[in-house]
Write a protein that binds this ligand. Structure first.
Ligand code: SF4
Length: 272
């Protein structure tokens, strides 16, 4: 994070954060803050939330403006409630992990997409449950050795064999979907800007290097350069990157829809 961005947007006592040395989270974090800055937004224009795990813990609480944390997988429902009470021009950004978004919270996530609730979800994907020691998750590459798959993960994940979690979110009703690894910092920042100007549900999937657990166990090296090289090789192979779907501002946002419905007395549903 450049000094300029850190001084302008982040809490001094939270810098540096407690991520492991060489972790790719810093790249993700910087891209999101850079996007905020380039859109001319201030600390009072954004509410930043998370659930639990490395991705959220290292990002949301650094924000000098309003921030909040939910229980695992539930932050999308909390953000929906918050959205209903918040001024429409305020942005909600959620930085969450792969287990949170694509596992335990998937049901809530799909319903936020269905409702087209204006929020930007940045899924920082460290390829497993890394804050608890490195167990496999719904996005771990098949065959990877992890703490809970010592002979290699057998089950297929959400992003292989022609399957893509982004396709499911598109079907659910999301209006902006993209994927970049954290190594593609400038592209990621520009895509976050696109996501933030969509008055609806946006999600960006961001695989990033976990040098400590995934690197150490699946790749046999905690050297950041080894993990970064492996991830670069995975672009196009493991992860198709770029804007996946953009129907920004194409259908009503949930809060506006709710507020536009005239209050009817009980039993006052319209007749056919
Ligand atoms: S455990 Fe992995 S993802 Fe978590 S902070 Fe360390 S390197 Fe980053």
């Amino acid at each position: 994070m450049t000094d300029y961005l850190a001084q302008k947007y982040l809490r001094p006592r939270k810098i540096p954060n407690t991520a492991c040395s060489g972790c790719g989270l810093g790249q993700l974090h910087k891209a999101v803050v850079k996007a905020i800055d380039e859109l001319g937004l201030g600390i009072h224009d954004v509410v930043w939330g998370t659930s639990i795990g490395c991705t959220g813990r290292q990002t949301f609480a650094t924000w000098r403006g309003d921030c909040f944390a939910g229980t695992h997988g539930r932050v999308y429902a909390m953000a929906t409630g918050l959205r209903l009470g918040l001024a429409l021009e305020k942005k909600i950004i959620l930085t969450v992990g792969d287990g949170d978004a694509f596992g335990i919270g998937l049901h809530h996530l799909l319903n936020a997409a269905r409702r087209n609730v204006a929020m930007t979800v940045v899924v920082g994907d460290n390829l497993g449950y890394q804050s608890t020691g490195g167990q496999y998750s719904w996005s771990t590459p098949q065959g990877a050795v992890t703490d809970s798959s010592p002979y290699g993960m057998r089950e297929p994940n959400w992003i292989q064999d022609g399957r893509d979690i982004l396709a499911m979110l598109r079907e659910a009703g999301a209006t902006f979907l993209a994927r970049h690894t954290s190594l593609e910092g400038e592209s990621l920042a520009q895509t976050v800007k696109q996501a933030l100007v969509n008055n609806g549900f946006s999600l960006i999937h961001v695989p990033f290097p976990c040098v400590t657990n995934f690197g150490g166990t699946a790749l046999g090296s905690r050297e950041p350069v080894e993990m970064f090289r492996w991830m670069m090789g995975g672009i196009g192979e493991l992860w198709k990157t770029g804007v996946y779907y953009d129907r920004s501002n194409s259908r009503p946002e949930f809060t506006e829809l709710v507020r536009s419905i005239p209050t009817a007395p009980l039993g006052g549903l319209p007749h056919g």
